[in-house]
Design a protein around this ligand. Structure first.
Ligand code: ZN
Length: 486
């Protein structure tokens, strides 16, 4: 940052130099009031039509960093408008539940060839953080503007379950729709015996036609031959037929509603059992036949993908199946294989990078919140201890929709730790997961007098230590991105 004198602003403002751009001869920049640490959009001269709530200062106008001004700014500078990424290059999702992590994400990305998604939020996250899609998009825009990132970014409306979700996210300018048909997946098949599966199959409308179409079919993938034998086939039909139908409805809705091109991912990662290559083949083939052009598919991989910690499972099996998934994606798309719950899965990144052949996507989200807690643990340990204690209280309730095997007996009592040991809690699996799933409660809980219990102090700390937060994010995401380079 440099002093704003060059832009003829009064004392007390700093400019984010990389943000400086010009339009119709006027300078636009992101600036910070040094006293309040509040950031503003500065426009030289008389401002520009369409921006709202400007305040005159020497040399120009200061506009609040709100949703309307973000969208307006993205009309002026096209690099601030989210765009579909397609399938030409691998991509990486930098979910940001706080709305302040994008600057760090941009810097971690550097000039790697992997394409970034900076606006990414699932419906569940939006409900928990009480942030709407436009706020998510606006925060990404401000972060990209701050860093002067001009190469374009994607936006992922994650885990959408209904057409209404697609509509709301499309209205906010999202360009990738991740369809989550999990409510229509029959997860019971894993616990059913053959008689029960046959019975469920006989009740399924349209099941016979699928059986006739696929039974006995053989597909060669790499060196393997996958045969659609009767039993695994009817299991796949019972498990996924309705989910495929739902995906078709969602896709056709998106196609009719969204103007222009969009990315469409199918996520079946949140199911009980791994997606077998045969199941993937069945789904891919059906999608293709129905004219559903996906740009990505998120299988449920073998092994355990728990939130916030490394992969648990047999790496050679993961490698074998990941390669098959990629082969199927090449044959029936091509589309990307998407790795959900992709934060902190350090042991699989080299495999994803090596065999992904540019056709992979990795999604992260919660890990940027945990890195914010790392800054708080160091610079505001008192607040950290309060959040930690609260998170432990909330854990049982908040973990409900997450897949975790957290052992609470390994979560230490913070009162027996010294402040400089707090940081350790962010590097141990069990306390890490406790902190990971409670973000929504931490950010939104209020005390009896209606004031936020943590939220304001949380964000204030991160405003003061903005550079520190960027630094920890860069370090953390380099650990993700470097091994993915293959
Ligand atoms: Zn997912």
């Amino acid at each position: 940052m440099c002093k704003i004198e060059t832009l003829k602003l009064p004392e007390g403002y700093e400019v984010y130099e990389k943000s400086i751009d010009t339009f119709e001869g006027k300078v636009f920049a992101l600036v910070k009031d040094e006293r309040t640490r509040e950031k503003y959009l500065y426009i030289e001269g008389e401002g520009h039509p369409g921006f709202i709530d400007g305040e005159k200062i020497k040399g120009g106008l200061l506009f609040p960093k709100n949703v309307e001004n973000a969208y307006k700014l993205s009309e002026i500078f096209p690099y601030l408008k989210a765009r579909p990424l397609g399938i030409g290059e691998p991509s990486f999702g930098f979910g940001d539940r706080l709305g302040i992590a994008t600057a760090g994400h941009v810097r971690a990305l550097g000039n790697r060839k992997v394409r970034p998604i900076f606006a990414q939020q699932s419906i569940r996250e939006m409900e928990r953080t009480k942030r709407g899609p436009k706020e998510v998009m606006a925060d990404a825009i401000w972060g990209v503007f701050q860093e002067g990132y001009r190469d374009g970014f994607g936006s992922d409306a994650d885990h959408l379950k209904t057409e209404e979700h697609v509509k709301n996210l499309a209205d906010a300018g999202f360009t990738m729709f991740t369809c989550d048909p999990s409510d229509h997946v029959n997860n019971n098949v894993g616990r059913m015996d053959n008689t029960q599966i046959k019975e469920a199959f006989s009740k399924l409308e349209g099941g016979d036609a699928l059986l006739a179409k696929y039974e006995g079919k053989k597909v060669k993938i790499a060196s393997e031959e996958i045969v659609f034998d009767y039993e695994p086939l009817i299991k796949a039909i019972v498990k996924y037929k309705k989910a495929i139908d739902h995906t078709e409805r969602m896709y056709n809705f998106a196609k009719s509603y969204v103007k222009g091109t969009f990315d469409f991912e199918l996520s079946i990662d949140e199911t009980d059992e791994p997606t077998s290559p045969l199941e993937h083949l069945f789904i891919a083939s059906e999608l293709k036949e129905r004219g559903i052009k996906i740009t990505g598919l998120a299988p449920r991989f073998v092994g355990d993908f728990q939130k916030a910690i490394d992969y648990i499972g047999d790496l050679s099996r993961f490698e074998e199946e990941f390669r098959l998934h990629i082969e199927i994606a090449k044959m029936y798309g091509p589309y990307k294989i998407s790795v959900h719950s992709g934060s902190d899965k350090f042991s699989i990144y080299p495999i994803v990078g090596k065999y992904g052949e540019g056709l992979f996507h990795v999604k992260t989200a919660g890990t940027s919140y945990l890195e914010a807690l790392r800054v708080i643990a160091v610079h505001n340990p008192k607040l950290f201890a309060e959040i930690y204690t609260f998170s432990l209280d909330r854990f049982e309730e908040d973990r409900a929709t997450y897949h975790l095997t957290t052992d609470l007996s390994r979560v230490p009592d913070i009162n027996i730790l010294s402040e400089d040991e707090y940081i350790r809690l962010l590097d141990e699996n069990d306390p890490r997961q406790v902190l990971h799933v409670t973000y929504g409660s931490v950010l939104t809980v209020k005390s009896d007098d209606g004031k936020y219990l943590f939220r304001d102090r949380f964000f204030d700390t991160l405003k003061i230590f903005e550079d520190e937060y960027i630094k920890v994010l860069v370090k953390h995401f380099e650990k993700h991105l470097n091994p993915l380079e293959g």
